[in-house]
Ligand binder design. Structure first.
Ligand SMILES: *[C@@H]1O[C@H](CO)[C@@H](O)[C@H](O)[C@H]1NC(C)=O
Ligand SMILES: *[C@@H]1O[C@H](CO)[C@@H](O)[C@H](O)[C@H]1NC(C)=O
Ligand SMILES: *[C@@H]1O[C@H](CO)[C@@H](O)[C@H](O)[C@H]1NC(C)=O
Ligand SMILES: *[C@@H]1O[C@H](CO)[C@@H](O)[C@H](O)[C@H]1NC(C)=O
Ligand SMILES: *[C@@H]1O[C@H](CO)[C@@H](O)[C@H](O)[C@H]1NC(C)=O
Length: 214
């Protein structure tokens, strides 16, 4: 039976900004039923083919499949007529993993044919093996000139998952910088307070000295 779900894929013309996508929870399990790939993320797809189209992946209508392995793991996400394949590669020399390939096929309303693109020589979301990659800030992954993915509140681990849980996170640069700003501002304020305090103490000592000589 055909699923009786209300609206189809939401596609907005580019001038109307879409809200941030909902965060999906995608897990791949191995033959034994234990999680071997974990991904938490909101995804927004941006196709500039004939015209610009942006679409949020809706987690509750998206199915995840894939496979785990070394040195390659894949995550496939499908929603209606949108299919995405992410390939993660583990470099055993550097002991780092990264998103090495992305494939997309999409047939959205007002497209005349399937949009099919891919890039197998990417190097995104790099992270040490045994850790999970985390990026709360929005990140743009440029796959090909006509297709990019915006990620939101992302955490993923395609290798060495134990106990169905994420390992310690390695944060992306933007997140680290965002965390650094309050620290720098705080340190600057603390420094200012200290300078004022020292100036005050020196001033008081001088005044005291002044009284004594008179
Ligand atoms: C499944 O479990 C068995 C026994 O615990 C283990 O030897 C095997 O490596 C596991 N297979 C996978 C794919 O994790
Ligand atoms: C989609 O991609 C186009 C072309 O790269 C860009 O101009 C536009 O800002 C992008 N839109 C979003 C919402 O990321
Ligand atoms: C999916 O989630 C959206 C937003 O939370 C909700 O409005 C919609 O009813 C959900 N659809 C299904 C099929 O569960
Ligand atoms: C691993 O990384 C090193 C250093 O960047 C590179 O020279 C090597 O070709 C990579 N190996 C694989 C299998 O990609
Ligand atoms: C694939 O990605 C690489 C790295 O971002 C880029 O240099 C290359 O131009 C891309 N290939 C295509 C066909 O866009």
């Amino acid at each position: 039976a055909a699923p009786t779900q209300s609206p189809r894929t939401t596609v907005a013309p580019s001038p109307i900004p879409l809200p941030a996508p909902e965060r999906g929870n995608y897990t791949i399990t191995d033959g034994n039923g234990t999680a071997c790939l974990l991904a938490l993320m909101g995804l927004q797809l941006n196709i500039t083919h004939h015209s610009n189209k942006v679409m949020n992946l809706q987690p509750n209508r998206t199915t995840a499949s894939g496979s785990c392995g070394v040195p390659r793991a894949t995550l496939m996400l499908s929603e209606d007529l949108t299919n995405l394949t992410f390939t993660f590669t583990l470099n055993l020399t550097t002991q780092k993993f990264f998103l090495s390939a992305v494939k997309v096929s999409a047939f959205w309303p007002d497209m005349t044919d399937w949009f099919v693109e891919g890039n197998g020589s990417l190097n995104f979301l790099q992270c040490s093996v045994g850790r999970s990659y985390m990026c709360s800030a929005e990140q743009m992954l440029a796959v090909v000139p006509t297709f990019s993915i915006n990620t939101f509140r992302l955490q993923l681990q395609p290798f060495n998952v134990t106990a169905n849980r994420f390992a310690a996170a390695e944060e992306c640069r933007v997140d680290q910088e965002n965390m650094l700003i309050p620290i720098i501002v705080g340190a600057a304020l603390a420094g200012l307070v200290l300078i004022v305090l020292i100036a005050y103490l020196i001033g008081r000592k001088r005044t005291h000295a002044g009284y004594q000589t008179i």
